[in-house]
Design a binder for this molecule. Structure first.
Ligand code: GLN
Length: 206
């Protein structure tokens, strides 16, 4: 592809200069992500079919219920689309259920996953009585508000996985190349820094 063509394609992905970000909208908590993306100057678009991702510069995989999501992912053919999108090097932000979907290994109970993120996770790992809680964790050395909702726990991380955030000694925000993943819900805490990191890697238009 020559440089001019590449430039035109890059422009085509912008909506009035805003990067178009796909938001997987099959199941789960995607609305609040959309609000954060708009606040940060991006143009979210709901993705319900694989074709909806064409031209998107990034992808958000929200929280929800991963067993239900997995069925829909397979039904609509996303189990090919998402790995292809990731292989193109485009940024992906996966939260909670989204992280479970991308993990190498899922326990409690074991279930299939896309294996794009080299972590093992245990679902619903923080106790049955307390399904959700807020806590102060740490992201890149600073205190960070976190909302956990029936959250998974990262049990181990591969050597290419960078731990960017922790709570109570557990990794809760990790990055592997273009994939940024949180066990908590950064769209609900009122601090947009995680979405900021996700969008920061996109080329800027001036
Ligand atoms: N408990 C859910 C699951 O295991 C994840 C919860 C969430 O995404 N908030 O799929």
């Amino acid at each position: 592809m020559n440089a001019r063509r590449a430039m035109r394609d890059k422009k085509a992905m912008r909506e009035n200069g805003r990067p178009s970000i796909g938001l997987l909208a099959l199941q789960g908590a995607f609305h609040a992500h959309g609000e954060v993306l708009v606040r940060l100057g991006a143009a979210p678009r709901e993705v319900r079919l694989p074709g909806d991702l064409n031209g998107a510069e990034g992808l958000v995989l929200p929280g929800g219920e991963s067993t239900a999501l997995l069925r829909l992912i397979e039904e609509y053919g996303f189990e090919e689309t998402i790995p292809r999108f990731a292989a193109e090097g485009k940024p992906i932000l996966a939260t909670c259920m989204g992280l479970i979907l991308l993990a190498r290994e899922v326990r409690n109970p074991a279930q299939k996953s896309l294996g794009l993120l080299d972590v093992a996770v245990e679902r619903n790992a923080y106790g049955r009585q307390v399904d959700s809680f807020e806590a102060e964790g740490e992201v890149l050395g600073r205190p960070f508000p976190m909302v956990f909702i029936r959250a998974p726990r990262i049990l181990d991380v591969g050597k290419n996985v960078e731990v960017l955030g922790t709570w109570n000694g557990d990794p809760v925000l990790v990055r592997q190349r273009n994939i940024l993943a949180a066990t908590f819900h950064p769209e609900l805490s009122g601090d947009d820094a995680v979405h900021g990191m996700f969008l920061d890697v996109l080329p800027r238009e001036r």
